[in-house]
Design a protein around this ligand. Structure first.
Ligand code: NAI
Length: 462
């Protein structure tokens, strides 16, 4: 008899959610985690701490930008960076302890330490070997840096170091205009840092609907972020003041340098599988360091599964969570499933940016006939009342059937508004289904309904 039905390796959103669901389904479950606290990158050094800093600095920004307009007079608050860091740490601790509580509640055993897989069905933690019928690798990802760029997490940092800088710097170069670069760039720009974002491509946020990306860049530029696009970073060298970033402009091959106190390298992440012993096991790998899996998350080794950032697909906490639940259900003999066509993406800047499904660019490439229903937040009374009328909701629907194919939102609470469309898409809804649904007034959600109306006979307030 094996010690456990299933051992999850890694207690990030994929592993801990999978472990809880597997236990709920009656399995004897363990989860291996070497970090001092549960929750993985997301809770400890990713999604959650960054949201705390985004929240605090957003409020600070509001005091500068909008308080006087509302008759709220007086000096804007001063930043106590140490206290802000303590607030962030409290938020993280509250969440990681919450998972510890959930593990106890669901009788998931936390095996503390770093795991290796010496043989199929075995997980070694420290000197001890634990046996399991199934093993699920959920070890997440790590920053993928550039060749010739040395990270010290003090001056040249990844998102991890960017969350715990000794103080907000005077200047910062962000390499990569992706999600991390723009969220952390926003945090520091709001704290008064001069932020310059250097991006290899000619637009920010690769893969995002081009119209949204353009609007997003314009709004961020207004907030003080500078952008150098079409620029390939060649090297980063430490200097007296901080570090020097050398880059080459793609359009004319000219080279230039930028000097900053801090350089944030945000050029993507790669699967973190080092030390598991996958090579010795002969596990088949996919592109870019991912683990190859079948439709049931099983690797080339029977009984060995992988989910989340270690396998193909977007590196998102909620995608990993869904895969964690799905694999737990499959292992319990149920029909676990992830609908990869309806995975939302959110950037937690102000305004927020959110998307689900196809972009216009993808639909054109697919040669699909589609219609666009667009509604600006300028026509939304609630957004105007709170100075958040920039941006829009855009719904893409099939030209013939009216079925919703994708949605792109830039505006207030976009990260929450998007889920109405996710649910609609799960149910195969048409834009008219959304348009016929009564939406409370005055809410930001009305902008979603108006965009749906715009797919038909037209929006009312545009
Ligand atoms: P990313 O893949 O979103 O963006 C990286 C950017 O760096 C790209 O625009 C790329 O063109 C650029 N780049 C690459 N090499 C370059 C070079 N030599 N010079 C200039 N630019 C260069 O990666 P990011 O922002 O590091 O995020 C990593 C992962 O974490 C992503 O998968 C992201 O989805 C996830 N994440 C998600 C969040 C969310 O959902 N809110 C928050 C933070 C991270």
């Amino acid at each position: 008899m094996a010690d456990f039905d299933t051992i999850f390796i890694g207690a990030g959103p994929g592993g801990y959610v999978g472990a809880i669901r597997a236990a709920q389904l009656g399995q004897k479950v363990a989860c291996v985690e070497g970090r001092e606290t549960l929750g993985g990158t997301c809770l400890n050094v990713g999604c959650i701490p960054s949201k705390a800093l985004l929240h605090a600095t957003h409020l600070l920004h509001e005091t500068h930008e909008n308080f006087e307009k509302m008759g709220l007079m007086g000096a804007a608050p001063k930043v106590d960076w140490v206290k802000m860091q303590a607030y962030k740490a409290d938020v993280v601790a509250g969440n990681t302890k919450g998972i510890e509580f959930l593990f106890k509640k669901n009788k998931v055993t936390w095996l503390k330490g770093w795991a290796t897989i010496p043989a199929p069905g075995q997980v070694k933690v420290g000197d001890e070997i634990h046996t399991a019928r199934n093993i699920v690798i959920a070890t997440g990802s790590e920053p993928s840096t550039l060749p010739g760029v040395e990270i010290d997490e003090q001056t040249v940092v990844t998102s991890t170091g960017a969350l715990t800088l000794a103080q907000p710097p005077k200047s910062m170069v962000v390499i990569g205009a992706g999600v991390i670069g723009l969220e952390m760039g926003s945090v520091y720009a709001r704290l008064g840092t001069e932020v310059t974002v250097v991006e290899y491509l000619d637009a920010i946020t690769p893969g995002m609907d081009a119209e949204v990306a353009k609007t997003f860049q314009r709004i961020l530029a207004k907030q003080g972020l500078k952008f150098i696009l079409g620029a390939a970073v060649q090297s980063v060298t430490k200097s007296k003041k901080g570090a020097t970033v050398s880059y080459k402009l793609k359009k004319n091959d000219s080279e230039a340098t930028l000097e900053a106190e801090i350089v944030l390298v945000a050029t993507g992440r790669k699967p973190y599988t080092a030390g598991l012993g996958l090579e010795a096991l002969g596990v088949e790998m996919g592109p870019r360091g991912t683990i190859k899996t079948d439709a049931h998350f099983q690797t080339s080794i029977p009984g060995l599964y992988a989910i989340g950032d270690t396998i193909a697909g977007p590196m998102l906490a909620h995608k990993a969570e869904d895969e964690g639940m799905a694999v737990a259900e499959i292992l319990a003999g149920k029909h676990g499933h992830v609908n990869y066509g309806v995975i939302p993406g959110v950037i937690y800047t102000t305004p927020e940016v959110a998307n689900v499904g196809k972009t216009e660019e993808q639909l054109k490439e697919d040669g699909r006939a589609y219609k666009v229903g667009k509604f600006p937040f300028m026509g939304n009374a609630r957004a105007k009342a709170v100075f958040q009328a920039e941006g829009f909701v855009k719904i893409l629907a099939d030209a013939t059937t009216d079925r919703i194919l994708g949605a792109h939102i830039i505006g207030p609470a976009a990260g929450d508004l998007i889920h109405e469309i996710c649910v609609a898409m799960e149910f195969g809804a048409s834009a008219q289904d959304l348009a016929l649904t009564c939406h409370a007034h005055p809410t930001w959600s009305e902008a979603v309904r108006e965009a749906a109306l715009a797919c038909g006979d037209g929006a009312i307030h545009a």
